[in-house]
Design a protein around this ligand. Sequence first.
Ligand code: NAD
Length: 365
Amino acid sequence: MQELNVTIPSIPSTSYPIQIACGTLCDLWDRLESKYPAHRKFVVTDANLVSAGHLNTLTKQQNIETFVIDPPGEISKHINTAIAIIEAMEKVFMGRDSVIVALGGGTVGDIAGFAAAIFKRGVKVVQIPTTTVSQADSSVGGKTGVDSTISKNAFGAFWQPDAVFIDVETLKTLDDTQYRAGLVESVKHALIADSDYFEFFEQNMPAVLSRDMDILEKIAFRNCSIKASVVAEDPTEKNKRRILNYGHTIGHAVESASNFDLLHGQAVAIGIIGATIIEKHLGMGDDTRTARISKVLEELGMELTIPKNINKDTLTDLIKRDKKAVNKWPKFVLLQDIGQALCTDGQWAHNVTQQAVDAALDQLY
Ligand SMILES: NC(=O)c1ccc[n+]([C@@H]2O[C@H](COP(=O)([O-])OP(=O)(O)OC[C@H]3O[C@@H](n4cnc5c(N)ncnc54)[C@H](O)[C@@H]3O)[C@@H](O)[C@H]2O)c1
């Protein structure tokens, strides 16, 4: 078992462990009982985690208060689910001494984290992530929220977890498309912060795809180290945390324009290639860099072109509506090199002309 600690200097008293291991879900409940002897636990999970057997493995069929999100996935990530969780907790007299235990992917983690942030002005949440996205990204860093009918994560709060427990063995039951697309966030971490980690993907892709457990532990550890250090420096995304959005400006636009037919990771893979084209246009990248990144993403099974049914004007419009846009145009995170996000004059997001983005979109079709 490996352990990391996230400490956020600007939020005194925030410090939480991330434990990474394989095959530990079956012992976790006892550890939660000894870590929180005076707290009542309330599990939030989803129907797929129940049918894959992970809820039973965690709770050992004890009679524990549980809310099962059904249907699973983004379709349930709305305010009514958060309300239903909170009311279910009230019905069983949960108080401020509650710990919400979120067992699932990013959807479960974001909803349960948000419910924890607002239930009786805030209770503890423990994250037990079970997807490649949540083990790499969403379980660490404290972004929680649910979607409105108009936009993603419209209701949200920064609410740091009290602990994160990663059991990479849970990934064995994850659908292959989800598994592969989720790994794009890991490649993104490598690109923004760690060239050795990128080379690790170049050298170990067969083992990554075959879900070798040792490899998955290494990946989880590198991801959490990178995310934890960025979040510690900039917990509320004023500046450096924006590097975690590498590839996401074009990626989010492609994801929305596909009406979410494309998974987030699939869209971000296209966005990453878009960013490398912009870098080349600005004289920072070269064909070798783009080729190396494309190869790794293609080995993950990602299509690196924008689907033909997506209109370019729609994409430009969506980019203008990016939630970080100022005067209808967002700044872009760029790479100085593989493993190093570009920082100029202390800023981690950069002005890129609409013309340069336009040219990149053209090349992506
Ligand atoms: N908070 C953050 O910082 C952050 C970061 C990235 C993404 N997110 C959010 O995360 C969400 C996406 O998360 P996700 O990709 O994990 O999707 P998800 O949670 O919807 O899970 C994908 C599917 O896999 C199923 N599943 C989960 N774990 C499983 C397992 N071990 N075995 C079998 N099936 C399993 C789920 O039931 C679901 O059907 C989005 O809402 C996104 O906005 C948040």
